[in-house]
Design a protein around this ligand. Structure first.
Ligand code: SAH
Length: 346
């Protein structure tokens, strides 16, 4: 048996084979699997119904690369933000936003990001590496524990809106969702999971081909190529027409919800003409909702949030044109809840 394999890459039948190969009983595999996926053990030492000797043997034969909570901050509005540390010392972050009966976890998919959207804090960092599927899963498991402890109920929703571009870490993101939704693990409904993308047309189509069951959000933020190119460089290779096509394909294949996200940036994308362009794009996409998001200012980035009047005029225009719109106020302002801000403080 190789000494460096990640134990969480093993299926239950594979673990059974392993225990047989070392002359132990197959039911040890069930116990171990439960420790990994039901009790979310982070060390072999925690597996208290296995003998000390067996725990030592597992630690020799496998790795268990769990992430740990480094710091947690609580906002005056109840938002909870945690900085996590990976086994190799990288920092990443996850947030719980609580509202009425919803506890929504926001998780990261990469350390840093390769995309450099000009308004985004994570865009200031280089992409260091992709997160493994189990590291993404760990964020959800740890945030779920925090949610139970602090709010008295577990997570109800998960959004992939933390650091990184989920569709550029496709395999790990899908595998993490497989684990989060698996009946032998957290058993969460995929309908309560949303993956947010800056817009990688090819991978949006791939989601359609893979007939995924979770929802998708597109960070549109500008409704003409000219404006979108300026704030999101990815638009130069994945323009609005390509994204419209890909989203229609995704919807035809899956019938899952699509949300458009639109961060209002003062003087950049918040005029009445911008709202008109947004309505045009909205009509071409089988989307059920536009989230108009209040910009969270980032130290060192010159963008500002749109003022109240412009926000009102913008959203009124959308409502008048029968766009299903929701305004999302910034949460956790006092704890730097914008993407990448906490991890950036290293
Ligand atoms: N890469 C993915 C997911 C991560 S960002 C994506 O682009 O969708 C999650 C959302 O937060 C995106 O819509 C992103 O544009 C937005 N965002 C980034 N920085 C922000 C800020 N400072 N204030 C408000 N929203 C921000």
């Amino acid at each position: 048996m190789s000494t460096t394999r990640n134990i969480r890459e093993y299926t239950l039948p594979e673990l059974k084979e392993y225990f047989e190969s070392i002359g132990d009983k197959k039911f040890r595999a069930i116990q171990t699997y439960e420790w990994l996926w039901k009790k979310n053990a982070r060390h072999f030492d925690e597996m208290s119904n296995l003998s000390l000797e067996l725990r030592k043997k597992l630690a020799e034969d496998f790795t268990l690369q769990a992430i740990t909570v480094d710091v947690t901050q609580t906002s005056s509005d109840g938002t909870l933000k945690s900085r996590f540390k990976t086994h190799d010392g990288h920092l990443l972050e996850g947030v719980i936003i609580t509202k009425k009966k919803r506890n929504t976890a926001c998780v990261s998919s990469q350390i840093g990001c390769s995309l450099s959207c000009s308004f985004c804090a994570t865009g200031l960092m280089d992409r260091k590496r992709n997160l493994d599927f189990d590291e993404i899963y760990d964020q959800v498991a740890l945030l779920n524990e925090q949610s139970e402890k602090i709010y008295g109920t577990g997570l109800t929703n998960i959004v992939y809106m933390g650091m990184g571009e989920p569709l550029l870490n496709y395999k790990n993101v899908l595998k993490s969702i497989e684990r989060i939704t698996a009946s032998d693990s957290m058993a969460m409904s995929p309908k309560r999971i949303t993956v947010s993308t800056a817009g990688v047309a090819k991978m949006i189509r791939q989601l359609g081909d893979d007939k995924v069951r979770f929802n998708l959000a597109l960070s549109l933020h500008a409704a003409t190529d000219e404006k979108r190119n300026k704030i999101m460089a990815i638009n130069e290779t994945n323009n609005i027409a390509a994204l419209v096509d890909a989203l229609n394909y995704f919807y035809d294949q899956t019938k899952n919800d699509i949300t458009l996200e639109y961060v209002l940036l003062k003087g950049e994308n918040d005029s009445l003409e911008d709202a008109e362009e947004l309505v045009k794009v909205y009509r071409k996409i089988p989307t059920h909702l536009v989230n108009v998001i209040e910009y969270n200012s980032v130290f060192g980035i010159p963008f500002e949030k749109s003022d109240e009047d412009s926000t009102q005029v913008f959203t009124d225009y959308l409502v008048k044109h029968k766009v299903n719109v929701r305004v999302r106020r910034s949460r956790g302002k006092d704890i730097d809840a914008a993407c990448g801000q906490l991890a950036n403080k290293g």
